[in-house]
Design a protein around this ligand. Structure first.
Ligand code: C2O
Ligand code: CU
Length: 466
């Protein structure tokens, strides 16, 4: 979050450029200076190499990530590569896929990046606090044939809760937050800066990769004055969809790529604001484009074409196995009791233990218990599964599956004409979302809500493949 960070992340990335991954990421304490209006906040953070976001890792599709995590925190940590398929051993979940990395310890992560797209990395230990304090960074895998654009930008969005003392509020296990919509901040940053202004040229075509690293806040972007198309969600190409249609929600954990065209006739000095408009009566300015420099072109470009799909196994829906996953609990949810590890308990008693969300009537108290006990489901290697995700709670939940991307095939029984791939799907209250995937990646894989406080409060389970 030093002044240089945004410049580094938003620097022009020549298409096809190969940059090898840096050899080490050090999880350690750091500090960030964030200018918010007239205030200048000096925040203690936890970050990779002491920065938040950590440096973006760029790799060509098919290339190798090979780096060592060095833990200089005072507690265990790990790195999970959110959204990209890796072998199970590289998934970065303590107890479930590896030993936690203790203070002073190291772990070597090495895997090939088969999937192109926009991903991110973050710890999977004490996640609400570790991610909440700033441990996250972008992982970008370039397509073999990248979309022709003038420039690529990566925007990693975070949401900090700043107290009256101008410090980050560090209560990450607040039952009120964890049993409601999660912990919301009051200071949104893009690449560690509050409302950064980014120079853009008239007629420029920009590929923007948005990563929502917030603990609980859902984002939806509004780009008044700019035209463009959504081209990928969760790293997976979609049929380009023009801006200005139904709001596109990017939940915590989710990503969205878009192509933005700066108007050819934009005047030097003009400013195009970018805002988040998810919540009623709340419009959050996120960033702005400031026009300068010379016109890049004089005629408008054609709409982008859909990029090539990643090499996912195509689900075969005919005769697929249907599994129902019901999420219950939280405030105003009407959950009476659930099984915590091996004991049935009334909600009041569960709440006393800090857990209030159940998956199919069950709560695993820790990653250790998830590793030790029976999994939510045992899936046969190579078979297609349909998970019917049912939200019987009063809050939206972004449900994330590790190790696989899935297709969203139906919402509330209404089939999608063109199913799209995701790794994190937002399920609204009373909604039923059907996802389909081939269980083709052997190992134990988490499935959990990406509202981090909900994870703390029990909304996390695992499936076994093979
Ligand atoms: Cu973004 Cu299980 O994680
Ligand atoms: Cu949730």
């Amino acid at each position: 979050m030093k002044a240089g960070t945004v410049a580094a992340i938003t620097a022009a990335i020549p298409a096809g450029d190969v940059r090898s991954a840096p050899p080490t990421l050090v999880a350690r304490f750091g500090s960030a200076t964030i200018k918010a209006g007239t205030r200048s906040l000096d925040l203690p953070i936890w970050g990779y190499d002491g920065e938040s976001p950590g440096r973006p890792l760029f790799v060509n599709q098919g290339g190798i990530i090979d780096l060592s995590l060095s833990n200089q925190l005072l507690e265990d940590t790990s790195i999970h590569w959110h959204g990209i398929r890796t072998p199970n051993k590289m998934d970065g979940v303590p107890f479930v896929t590896q030993k936690a990395v203790p203070p002073g310890g190291h772990f070597q992560y090495r895997f090939a990046c088969e999937d192109a797209g926009t991903y991110w990395y973050h710890p999977h230990a004490n996640s609400a606090e570790q991610i909440g304090r700033g441990l996250f960074g972008p992982l970008i895998v370039w397509e073999e044939k990248p979309l022709p654009v003038d420039r690529e930008l990566v925007w990693m969005v975070a949401d900090w809760l700043i107290g009256k003392d101008d410090k980050v509020s560090h209560n990450y296990a607040q039952m009120h937050d964890n049993s409601h919509a999660g912990r919301f901040g009051n200071l949104i940053t893009v690449n560690g800066q509050h409302r950064p202004a980014i120079d853009a040229q008239p007629g420029e075509r920009i590929r923007l990769r948005i990563i929502n690293a917030a603990s609980a806040r859902i984002l939806s972007f509004d780009f008044p004055g700019l035209s463009g198309w959504w081209i990928a969600l969760d790293g997976q190409p979609i049929q380009p969809r023009g801006l200005g249609g139904n709001p596109l929600y990017i939940p915590p954990g989710g990503r969205a790529d878009l192509v933005l065209d700066v108007p050819i006739e934009a005047k030097s000095g003009a400013v195009f604001g970018v805002a988040d408009a998810t919540y009623r009566n709340q419009r959050n300015k996120l960033a702005s484009f400031r026009i300068s420099g010379k016109q890049v072109r004089s005629t408008a470009l054609a709409a982008p074409k859909k990029m090539a799909d990643n090499p996912h196994s195509q689900p075969i829906l005919d005769g697929a196995n249907l599994k129902t996953v019901t999420f219950e609990g939280g405030a105003m949810g009407g959950l009476r009791s659930a099984m915590l590890d091996d004991k049935q308990m009334p909600l009041r008693q569960l709440a006393g233990k800090g857990v209030v969300w159940a998956t199919n009537g069950k709560i695993w108290s820790s990653l250790e218990e998830i590793a030790r006990q029976d999994k939510l489901f045992n899936l046969d290697l190579g078979k297609t599964y349909v998970f019917r995700l049912q939200n019987k709670t009063a809050f939206p939940h972004p449900i994330h599956l590790h190790g696989h991307s899935f297709q969203v095939i139906a919402v509330n029984g209404k089939k999608k004409a063109v199913p799209e791939w995701r790794d994190t799907v937002l399920v609204f209250p009373d909604e039923k979302v059907d996802i389909a995937f081939v269980a083709d990646n052997p190992g134990d894989w988490l499935m959990h809500c990406h509202v981090l406080g909900h994870v703390t409060a029990g909304m996390i389970a695992a499936v076994r493949v093979g």
